[in-house]
Structure formats: structure tokens, C-alpha cells
Design a protein around this ligand. Structure first.
Ligand code: WTA
Length: 573
């Protein structure tokens, strides 16, 4: 990344929802945001009501809420239609006996039914766990077991990956299909047809559950990050000032709801703000994406660096064939946004790409570039009004500009996770320095208060914007009959940010070969998920380990990148 701290992209001529940064910060108060909702008076709340039903009373019932398309379907839904459909689904769950606080997973590709099921579950106060369709048996099982989920919504194609005999708490399997459904499962279609369009919304406390998003750390199984209703303050507020959503916007967030971006900003932020939300199913292709932007006249577009890099790779000519003149605001999240991508975006789209920084754990955007501020390409921006961020050392001292340290956020903020499911010790680790949330990212700040991302402090891999825990991949690798030991690292990659590289020592009787590499990669792909599968494998006679037997990923990384290995005092002989 060629970073030039002096480079600036000035503010575009427009009238953003948020004016000057300094003024917005000086007068900011979360309780003012709260007054946008009726529940500041009643204390009782429901996300699905605020995102959908409320608009009916405010005259947006006939407004398009969802523009859905994939290679086979092309549909549109008003707020009123989504309200009635999600009412039906909440009645389906009520009939099954589901109750507030129970966990229901949604395991399916993007489709209107996914959104209806999610909203309908929320209406009943059920806590939703969204899963990527790419997850295989083990990944699905681990997440359902950990959260003792009682219900799942899925499709016939994905059904075989749900091992019901190993999931004692899972009572209801709801299958979305045009055809009949297998015995022992519940037909979404039939139950929806039979359910009433009128529903009793479950009024909740602001600290009641909303979602569990499972995400990866460097050790152990994925963590169940638990979010509550109160997060809507942040979703609404950032939708207004960061996404800059206005009444007439057609907004497209390209993320899948299996990822927190696809819920916080693919569902809640746009609908809390009453915007028209585009969802495109199917696979990525530049032609398809540009067609989507052009066809719907998308005005606000939120995507990820890996996608922008692929679009850049497809060439400027591919852009010129489309009319993208409706675009007025473009944003990015998930990994560092390379300055050259920002410069390219300005050239081909005539738009600044606004980087935003946040995490599954933070529930919403925290450090961002707004329409009303200068962009410094390569910087994540500045904390949003209502949020204080700093660079601190391990003792909690704030560091001066340009000193690298822990990227930390002053606690609390409305969408902060409220627990790690089943794992209070993991939760506490984030808050080990009093008054601060420790993100696990390292960064520095400049004299203007802009933050610059440096890397992860732990070994978490970020491949194409997806967090992959090395431990989960290593655990799968050693289940392969040929693998004795495995160490997994992220290797820098121009397109994907990082790719997964596995170092493997083989069991007695196995010989290194390309076929074996392919077989091992396939084993992870089929057992865990495609994005967790190593793109590179290297066989080693022995892996570097500490005397206590831990594989030293740091040393593997140094080998790979030709860097000094650092302190080796704990390495075994
Ligand atoms: C990384 C994503 C650089 C970071 C919503 C963070 C970023 C992790 C950025 C969270 C950014 C996210 N610049 N790095 N703008 N945004 N990251 O939980 O390492 O999937 O800790 O949520 O992605 O990933 P997660």
C-alpha cells in the first residue's frame, strides 16, 4: 500500500445528513437519538417493529422496502408486505411453541424468505443466529450446540449438513422449498399459508437479545457474539450520518447476513431509516454487480475491499459500459482499504470510497469517513459522534500520534456486544483495561485524529473480508488421516488481503504430493467451509513449537515472509 499521509480527497459538493465533524461531536448526545423512537417513552421495544411496521403508520407502507433478485428470481416487497409476511412467520413460530430468548438459526442463501424469517423471529423476541450457506457439517454443529438452538430455517440443499442426531436441543427444522419437504421437517410454505397475517408483537426490554453472530478468534471454537435490541440506536444513527441515508435512497449492501455487515447494515440500518434496500443473491461477477447498480439506480453502495479490488482487476472498460450516474455515496468495510483502490474509485466512479471500521463485537460502525469530511486514502477515518477511540499501550496509557498500539474504544456504546455466549472469560478479555474495549487490532492515529490500521495483534486471518480462526482450521486439518500436525497463517495476497496457508507435518507412511495437498484442501472445504480451506499447503518434517507444545504461528509467518523470527527462547530443541 502506498500511503501518503499528506494526500487528501476533499469533500464532495452535497448536503450530507451530518454537517461539520466538530459541531456534530460537540453537541452529540445518544439520548437525542433515542427520541427518534417511541420506546424512549415506553421503555418497550422490538427491532422488527421499528425497522418495518413503524413505517406503515408513517405513510411508507406502500414504499418499496426490498428489491430482491438473483439469477432465478426478481421480486419486490413493500414495507406493508414485509410487515404481513413477518407477522405470518412469527405466528408459525408461536404455533411451534417458540418463545422469547430462544435461539433460532437461519442457514440459507439470500432470498426474500431469509429476511422474512429473520424479521418474523425478531417479532417474537426469538434470538437469531445467521449462518453462511458455505458452512459445512462441523461448522453448523459447533454453532448450534454452543448456543443450544431449538430451531433452524434452511433449504433442501443444505439440510444434509444439519446432523440432527448430534443436536439434542434442536426441535424444529423448517425447510423453505417449492416442493414437498422431507419427513420430520416443517414446510415453510405450508405453515406460512396457514398462518394469520395479524400478529402480536412481543414487546422487549432494550437489553433483551437480538442476534448471535459467531465469529473467529485465534484460539478455540468460534465465539457467539451476543447483541441486544439497544443496538438499534447505533444502527439508526450510523445509517443516517455514515451511510447518509435519505428518504429517496436506493441502498445496496453487498454483504450476506451470515456476516454482521449483512445484518447491521444489510437489514437494520437501511430499514430503520426507511430506505429501499437492494439484495442481490448469487455469486459475484463484475457484470452482474454493475448491472445491479445500473438497473435499480443504486444511490448508496456499501461493499468490501476485496470486491473493489476484484472490480478494479476487471478493468476500467468494464465500468464504462454501464450507467452508474445514480451513485452518490460509496462505502467499504472489512479489511484495510488500499489507497490505490480509493484513487481508482475516484477515477472510474467519480466517487470517494468511504472506509469504515468496526467489528462483529462492536455491532456497528465506530471509526469512519463521512461525506462531510476530507478523506485521507489509507485511513479508516475518525470516531463517529458519540464514540471515543484511542491508541493505548498494554497498560492503558494513550499513545501520541504515529505511535502504534492497541486500537481501543471507550466503553460503552449502544451496539456493543453484551456477552460471548457461554464464555464469560473470553468476554472479559476485551475489557481487561478498565474503561476500554480492546479491539485486537493495532493502529496509530495522526495529528488530525484520523486512525490508520496496521494489523491484527492476534493470529486471526482476514481472507476476502472474512475472519478465519487459525485454530479452527488446524483442528480440522489434523482430522485428516495423513496429517500429524498443522499450523495455519494468513499470507498477504493482493486480491484477498490474506490467503490461508497451512504448514503440515505428515504421519508415518504418508509422502508429500500434489494430490495429497488437493485432498487435504478438499477435506477442509467439505468439512468446515470453502473460505476456511487453505489455498496453499507446505509440508514440513517438523513444525516450530514452544516447549509447552504450542505451534508457533509467528515463526511460520516469519519463514513465509522472510522476516526475522524474533525471540526463540521458548522454542523446543
Ligand atoms: C478488520 C467486520 C481495516 C479488523 C465488520 C477488524 C478492518 C476485523 C476494517 C473485524 C477496516 C474491519 N480497515 N481492517 N475498515 N474493518 N477490519 O468481525 O481487523 O468480521 O478487527 O467485522 O476486520 O471483522 P468482522
Amino acid at each position: 500500500m502506498s500511503i501518503d499521509h499528506k494526500e487528501r480527497i476533499s469533500v464532495a459538493a452535497a448536503s450530507p445528513n451530518m454537517g461539520s465533524y466538530e459541531e456534530a461531536h460537540a453537541s452529540f448526545d445518544w439520548s437525542e437519538v433515542e427520541k427518534q423512537f417511541t420506546w424512549h417513552e415506553t421503555g418497550k421495544v422490538n427491532m422488527a417493529f421499528e425497522a418495518i411496521d413503524r413505517h406503515l403508520a408513517e405513510g411508507r407502507g406502500q414504499k418499496t422496502a426490498l428489491l430482491y433478485s438473483d439469477p432465478k428470481r426478481d421480486e419486490s416487497y413493500t414495507f406493508e408486505q414485509l410487515s404481513l409476511l413477518s407477522n405470518r412467520f412469527s405466528n408459525v413460530l408461536r404455533k411451534l411453541g417458540l418463545a422469547k430468548g430462544e435461539r433460532l438459526f437461519i442457514f440459507m442463501p439470500r432470498s426474500p424468505e431469509l429476511y422474512v424469517a429473520l424479521l418474523g423471529s425478531l417479532k417474537l423476541g426469538v434470538v437469531v443466529g445467521p449462518l453462511f450457506e458455505a458452512f459445512m457439517e462441523t461448522a453448523v454443529k459447533d454453532r448450534l450446540l454452543d448456543s443450544t438452538a431449538t430451531a433452524i430455517v434452511t433449504t433442501p440443499a443444505l439440510l444434509p449438513r444439519i446432523k440432527r442426531d448430534e443436536l439434542p436441543d434442536l426441535k424444529h427444522v423448517i425447510v423453505v422449498s417449492d416442493e414437498g419437504v422431507p419427513e420430520g421437517t416443517i414446510s415453510y410454505k405450508d405453515e406460512m399459508a396457514a398462518a394469520s397475517e395479524e400478529a402480536q408483537i412481543e414487546w422487549l426490554d432494550r437489553e433483551d437479545g437480538l442476534l448471535i453472530h459467531y465469529t473467529s478468534g485465534s484460539t478455540g471454537k468460534p465465539k457467539g457474539v451476543f447483541h441486544v435490541q439497544n443496538a438499534m440506536l447505533q444502527h439508526y444513527h450510523t445509517g443516517r450520518i455514515v451511510l447518509d441515508l435519505k428518504e429517496d435512497d436506493v441502498y445496496w449492501c453487498t454483504a450476506d447476513p451470515g456476516w454482521v455487515t449483512g445484518t447491521s447494515y444489510g437489514i437494520f440500518a437501511p430499514w430503520l431509516n426507511g430506505a429501499t434496500n437492494v439484495v442481490r443473491g448469487g455469486r459475484f461477477s463484475p457484470q452482474d454487480w454493475y448491472t445491479t447498480l445500473q438497473r435499480y439506480g443504486v444511490t448508496v453502495w456499501y461493499s468490501a475491499p476485496t470486491a473493489f479490488r476484484m472490480l478494479m482487476g476487471a478493468g476500467d472498460d468494464s465500468v464504462a459500459q454501464y450507467d452508474l450516474s445514480s451513485l452518490r455515496h460509496v462505502l467499504s468495510v472489512g479489511e484495510p482499504l488500499n489507497p490505490e483502490v480509493v484513487r481508482w474509485g475516484l477515477k472510474v466512479y467519480g466517487q470517494r470510497i468511504h472506509d469504515t471500521w468496526w467489528m462483529t463485537e462492536t455491532g456497528g460502525q465506530l471509526i469512519c469517513n463521512y461525506p462531510s469530511m476530507e478523506i485521507k486514502p489509507g485511513s479508516m477515518g475518525r470516531p463517529i459522534p458519540g464514540v471515543e477511540a484511542a491508541i493505548i499501550d498494554d497498560a492503558g496509557n494513550e499513545l501520541p500520534p504515529y505511535r502504534m498500539g492497541n486500537l481501543a474504544v471507550r466503553t460503552p456504546w449502544p451496539s456493543m456486544m453484551r456477552k460471548i455466549w457461554n464464555n464469560p472469560a473470553k468476554y472479559e478479555e476485551y475489557f481487561r483495561i478498565p474503561g476500554w474495549y480492546i479491539s485486537g487490532d493495532s493502529a496509530y492515529r495522526d495529528e488530525d485524529g484520523y486512525f490508520w490500521f496496521q494489523g491484527r495483534i492476534d493470529d486471526v486471518i482476514n481472507t476476502a473480508g472474512e475472519r478465519v480462526g487459525p485454530f479452527e482450521v488446524e483442528s480440522k486439518l489434523v482430522e485428516h488421516p495423513a496429517v500429524a500436525e498443522a499450523g495455519v497463517i494468513g499470507k498477504p495476497d493482493p486480491m484477498r488481503g490474506e490467503i490461508i496457508k497451512a504448514f503440515i507435518s505428515l504421519r508415518e507412511g504418508f509422502e508429500p504430493s500434489d494430490e495429497l495437498k488437493a485432498d487435504i484442501a478438499r477435506f477442509v472445504k467439505e468439512g468446515l467451509s470453502a473460505h476456511a480451506s487453505p489455498r496453499e499447503i507446505e509440508f514440513k518434517d517438523k513444525l516450530p513449537k514452544t516447549r509447552s507444545g504450542k505451534i508457533m504461528r509467528r515463526v511460520l509467518k516469519a519463514w513465509e515472509l522472510d522476516l526475522p523470527t524474533g525471540d526463540l527462547s521458548t522454542i523446543e530443541d
